[in-house]
Ligand binder design. Sequence first.
Ligand code: AMP
Ligand code: GLY
Length: 426
Amino acid sequence: MNVLVIGSGGREHALAWKLLLSNEIDRVVCIPGNGGTATLKGCQNADLSVEDFEGIAALAKAEKADLVVIGPELPLSQGITDALQAQNIPVFGPTQAGATLESSKAWAKALMREAGIPTAKSQVFSQAQKAEALAYVEEVGAPIVVKADGLAAGKGVIVAETLAAAKAAIETLCQGELGEAANTLVIEEFLTGQEVSVLALTDGITVRPLLPAQDHKQVGEGDTGPNTGGMGAYAPTPIVTPELMARIQTEVLEPTVAVLQKRGIDYRGVLYAGLMVSPQGEPKVLEFNCRFGDPETQAVLPLLKTPLHELLRACVEGRLAGMPEIEWHPGTAMCVVMAAGGYPGSYEKGKPISGMGDAEAEEGVTVFHAGTRLDGQHVVSSGGRVLGVTAVAETFECAIDKAYGAVEKIHFENCYYRRDIGYRVR
Ligand code: AMP
Ligand code: GLY
């Protein structure tokens, strides 16, 4: 079986790596991939843009691809699935209509209301209703959360601690810095608790959760400083007990899929629920994503025992209900992200990376590449998040020690990583 994986991050390296652990996978082509997918046995990169749907369709045909797996939200929101399906290419990832769940927070909120899904109270305002938006925050008070409706690469959400900050956020978003993404604003109630990521697989009818994960969004230790794409992740998080997971299944995942179905949306891919679990253990949806999480995927997939391609194919072919229960390896996984100093602000690229082989010599350690590329024979950095070093071990304590032991063997100039990944489960 041949598979195309679209994207270039740690998530896509983890997907390609996991797929290739099965003897049934002959070849994976990653578009455009990174230094990790370039050097992974059985995998190669194709230098195409994730937005070049015609080029990707042609390559899928030339490769006789049995499956195309879409990593990032951008091509999904632009309709890559619709474009490939129109040429009878099997795709894992929702259509453009399904991807609206991530690409419009106002749309997702309306769906949650219709489905009765627990989420923060909110109001939607167009840019033309700026005065009403300002009056609304005045009425509700701080803390309050101001969000741009559309995709904004992590820059569209402002958690305002004060009324002044909330008003400033409305003004900034209305000034048009984020372009169309902020044409509509969603202003919502501030929630407290712990965030968890539940990535679920669905064929549009049946929905099956993967192990619950937690990531560390902020750049600084103790969860401080600006938000990033994620500085580390682990699974399975103990705060999602089997009882809580059962509630998430019946109160969040199933009703979401049912409403999508009712709207005529054929959603085959990942339904990722970003949840806040209150101190009383009540789950509320913060956001939905229409794709695998990054770096959650790098922590969840190493524990997956059921062959990944069997699950993805079952989703694409509408046979998830007939699949046996998803099986997992016992134990825990911890992923520590190594970033370029300065990230998420400006940072340097092109730094040679050494020590990855030594790091992986330790059993249970896998180094997933994110922002890397092959420069001749050498792997060099090419992005903000450079590597995700994942360790699998019996307990979180051991996984943390093992992951950091591996991180210490890897070097590149001006490397930065948080030293407290997993502090909640230590
Ligand atoms: P989102 O993209 O909507 O998940 O928001 C990005 C981040 O902002 C989340 O991961 C949370 O840390 C924070 N956030 C979003 N909505 C809320 C909320 N209603 N209350 C508290 N924090 C929030
Ligand atoms: N780790 C957060 C995300 O993938 O959106």
